[in-house]
Design a protein around this ligand. Sequence first.
Ligand SMILES: [Zn+2]
Length: 292
Amino acid sequence: MNILTFDTEEWALAKAGGWATNERYAEYDAFLNRILDVLDERKFQATFFCTGLMASDFPQVVKLIQSRGHEIGCHSYHHTWMNKMTEAEAREDTRAAVDALEQCIGEKVKSYRAPAFSVGNSNKWMFEILAENGIEYDASVFPAARDFGGFANFGKKKPCAIEYKGIRIKEFPICMTRVLGKEVAYSGGGFFRFFPLWFVNNRIINSEYSMCYFHILDLLPELYGVPSKAYYEAYYKEPGTLKNRYMRYLKNNLGKKGAFAKMISLIRQTDFVSLNQAEKMVDWEKAGMVTL
Ligand SMILES: [Zn+2]
């Protein structure tokens, strides 16, 4: 089972970040349309995790994705990382996001992904918040140690149930592979840009379970420059030292050349399903459970 997901917040981030122009919106629209066209060509459904702000400020984008037959999931309201919010802030953010998305698409939102997979042992209350908002399945767990979030001892590398304080959520964790003795993600973000296409495709077709995750912004060929101190501090909520800002710039931009075409090639050569299709394919009785 190979799941295809996109995290969709670029239009709203550009507006909130003050770098929005009509040309930039047109560019995002064009990249989205190319993705939707190739999905039509392959007759695949994918899951698009959209922010609440996309539903409020750019409903036409969210509705377009839905009208082409894809699942709309929730990707927070403002795209603030879960580990940068208090539990009360996260509760309000999630409620507002689910409300805005449901109003926009006129149906229940069942899937969730935290921005930048920013959930770990210190904020596992997130699962309680998801259950309160009627979320049935989540795709936020990074089942390894990382610099923020992640569950080093998660154990499961496939879909499973998560139990936390008596609530249950169906989890689709990020898939990992072993390279030089180390567990690494390979199917999205900077990892996808770094590994050659044959490597990623080979891992996907030889795995029982994989999940690809893409942001349009991760794949755009253009560079945005080192973020300003004010923007960095407002968005990442940490000191905007030159080192922090430069490292973030490198992380976000290395290997972008050809990345979009590489993703299109991957979609053309591999079969994918959306999260809500995958949910019906899993035998949840046998999938096991992780208690957090
Ligand atoms: Zn995102």
